[in-house]
Design a protein around this ligand. Structure first.
Ligand code: NAD
Length: 471
């Protein structure tokens, strides 16, 4: 990488941290005003932003980007702006002091940490930067954003807009390839938020460890769906088809593996494909269906499917297509590929799909499903479709995941006042709402000793005798 660029980012960080030291306390009003500046930037420039995303994806519809990235980011920013006061009212809260009989008190201060580094992904190129930024600013911090190099036009537009409209000592955007991201993750930020793959998340954490930078890692994984015998099949299939088609399957909480009762397998695949075709009568050049971001990612999904097919797995396509490979060089829109019970050693059973394919695993016994889910890395999301409360509670009690939606997919991620994040290989830490405010704040306990120190009268000073006994 250009050493000048690396030095320039390091120097920018130093200047932000210097500005923070000169104003360590940031009032609620200032925080709201800072968030408002970002809201104004997004609202006033939404057309240029969604046009850039459309160009980067080679055809992601502007309507989808407005819904996903613009409204998604704005709702996080506005929620934080409008709810800061109750969160800050807990600021300086008095805490119980075990030494209160001595006349002491204590309180907790939620201080801004300083400068937060935020590395985003290409699949939600604004949201993965601006949703964490909402929490970082709500907590009174400054920030430097690093958009993904896979969406260069969006990155360039963002950098330009922030340069024009926002004080760089408050929020800046830096651009560049993987080598810039690597150098960025090695800088001594006061907190780092990384959204991306588990493999790169490990590198980020290693780099951050050198400077003891606390990290929030928003990663991915293979999110399972448990379909119960007790479900409403048509509604279930409609909701899974809708969720799986969201962003062409390029969503961190996209359904990846669906467990279906063996006796419902045929009806389930039939209804799922019917729902999918109902939403997308055609795939090719259909602007409602988001294409793969680039040929390389499209090729990766095609290879996952073809490798499983070659190993004998039954593959059903939602739409007739002569050759999936031909679509890579066409418009990069893949019909939904259903893979029925691929062998365990196929790549599609090991890697996150992150595209237009879905694994279906038939089951006889719900306990098998639980064992299978627990044999994999802890997923980012888990979904249950059905009306059997006792079975649902069994699944919830015996599995873990970043979050859960019941009788729908993806929706828990849109709860602004509930923590969003992974567990184990799917991530570390949370953001959104008050949890995000707390994650990006330093919790400082301040103890106030009484003027008169009664410890001598209470016999608490050395030399100690044997009069104290634990009870
Ligand atoms: P990725 O890990 O390839 O890249 C993410 C970011 O990491 C990019 O900005 C890139 O510049 C940077 N990067 C790449 N190599 C690096 C290195 N060696 N050192 C430092 N930084 C490096 O992921 P992606 O392909 O952009 O996104 C897809 C993944 O992100 C999927 O796994 C998906 O599940 C996950 N994701 C998670 C969430 C969430 O909120 N949990 C949201 C969106 C996507």
């Amino acid at each position: 990488m250009n050493a000048l660029k690396s030095d320039a980012i390091a120097s920018l960080l130093q200047r932000q941290q210097q500005a923070h030291k000169q104003q360590m306390t940031v009032s609620a009003e200032d925080r709201r005003e800072r968030i408002q500046q970002i809201i104004n930037l997004v609202v006033n420039n939404q057309q240029v932003l969604v046009a850039a995303i459309e160009q980067d994806f080679g055809g992601r519809s502007q309507g989808f980007s407005i819904m996903n990235d613009i409204l998604g980011s704005l709702s996080c920013l506005k929620y934080t702006r409008d709810n800061l006061t109750p969160w800050l009212e807990n600021d300086n809260r008095q805490v119980f002091s075990p030494y209160d009989q001595l006349g002491s008190t204590a309180r907790v201060e939620y201080q801004p940490k300083g400068s937060v580094g935020i590395i985003g992904t290409w699949n939600a190129p604004l949201y993965t930067l601006l949703a964490p930024l909402a929490c970082a600013l709500g907590a009174g911090n400054r920030a430097i954003l690093k958009p993904s190099e896979v969406v260069p036009k969006t990155a360039e537009v963002l950098q330009h807009l922030f340069q024009q409209e926002i004080d760089p000592l408050l929020v800046s955007v830096v651009t560049g390839g993987v080598e810039v991201s690597a150098a960025f993750s090695a800088l001594p930020f006061d907190h780092m938020v990384f959204t991306g793959s588990t493999a790169v998340g490990k590198k980020i954490m290693r780099a951050a460890a050198e400077n003891l930078v606390p990290v929030t890692l928003e990663l991915g994984g293979k999110s399972p769906v448990v379909v119960s015998e007790s479900c409403d099949l048509i509604e279930t299939c409609k909701r899974i088809a809708l969720a799986k088609s969201n962003n062409g399957g390029q969503v961190c909480v996209s359904p990846d593996i669906v467990y279906v009762p063996q006796k419902m397998l045929e009806d389930f695949t039939h209804e799922l494909l019917a729902s999918f075709r109902g939403f997308f009568p055609q795939i090719s050049h259909n602007s409602d269906f988001v294409p793969s971001v680039n040929r390389q990612h499209c090729q990766r999904v095609v290879e996952l499917v073809e490798q499983a097919r070659a190993s004998g797995c039954k593959v059903i396509s939602s739409h007739d297509v002569a050759s999936l490979s031909d679509l890579v060089s066409a418009d990069k829109r893949l019909p939904l590929q259903l893979l029925i019970a691929p062998a365990k050693d196929t790549k599609i059973m090991q890697e996150e799909i992150f595209g237009s394919a879905l694994v279906i695993l038939p089951y006889e016994d719900i306990n098998q499903v639980i064992t299978d889910i627990n044999s994999r890395e802890k997923p980012l999301a888990l979904y249950y479709f059905g009306e059997d409360q006792s079975e649902l509670e069994t699944v919830l009690a015996n599995t873990t995941s970043g979050g859960v939606s019941v009788n729908d997919c993806l929706m828990h991620a849109a709860m602004h006042d509930a923590p969003f994040g992974g567990v184990g290989a799917s991530g570390m830490g949370h953001y959104h709402g008050r949890e995000g405010f707390l994650a990006f704040s330093h919790h400082r306990t301040v103890f106030f000793a009484p003027q008169h120190d009664p410890r001598g009268e209470w016999g608490l000073l050395p030399p100690h005798h044997d009069q104290f006994k634990a009870m």
